[in-house]
Design a protein around this ligand. Sequence first.
Ligand code: NAD
Length: 253
Amino acid sequence: MEHDFHGKVVLVTGAGSGIGREAALRFARAGALVYAADLSAKGLEETDALVHGAGGEMRTAVVNVAQEDDVATLLAHIDREQGRLDAAFNNAGITGGTHRIEDYPVEDFDRVVGVNLRSVFLGMKYEIPLLLRQGGTIVNTASVAAITGPAGMSAYAASKHGVQGLTRVAAMENAARGVRVNAIAPGWTETPMVVANSAQNPAFAALASRAIPAKRGAQPGEIADAALWLSSPASSYVHGQLLVIDGGMTIGG
Ligand code: NAD
């Protein structure tokens, strides 16, 4: 579907790779001025080159989304430069290690929850005041781990379940104030990290693709497209939902 984001200011976090990079590119192609935030300056440079190559407009910011000062400074900067924010895609995230709960290092648990969940709280805390001025949207990236319990991934699953909870609360608090809030739940998505893991562990990759009714992983652009739809007027009556995009993986018995 063709979206029109001309005149819109859009923030994408985790824009230095994978799903966030594809979303930044798609928002920019649809006419948005994109603020791309990531911890990785190199990743942002690559995204910037892609966006400018496609004739899009983008500003980059090296930001740790788990740090309140970083997030507050970024939104204050957008406010100073543009005086508005129309859409936010809170997407940065990490997987963390795979350990049973009794072996899961507490500091790793805190780190994963910080990057995946605290970041979404902080993002929305500082985005909502800007979005309220003219109305807008928030899309948060959860995961199929928001509705399942993948063994060994306690921190990741807890953080992504939490993203769904925060999304619902923010949707209820803002539904009558012109700000729509939704989440996406990608399944197995072939971002660079997943492709590299699959190359190292072909048996796991084969198992994963057998478990997916569509018999393939998603391309990052197929996930980004869902974020664009939820950020666009085409989804104007959708509030507080978790849109699962997983090739049918969580539907089968
Ligand atoms: P990715 O690793 O390709 O991209 C994630 C980006 O987030 C990276 O550029 C990284 O530098 C950035 N980032 C990490 N920590 C950060 C921090 N503290 N502050 C700012 N930026 C930070 O991964 P991806 O697959 O594109 O993942 C994007 C989102 O999708 C994540 O929230 C992830 O949990 C979710 N997700 C991915 C999959 C999948 O199969 N790839 C499945 C479900 C959910």
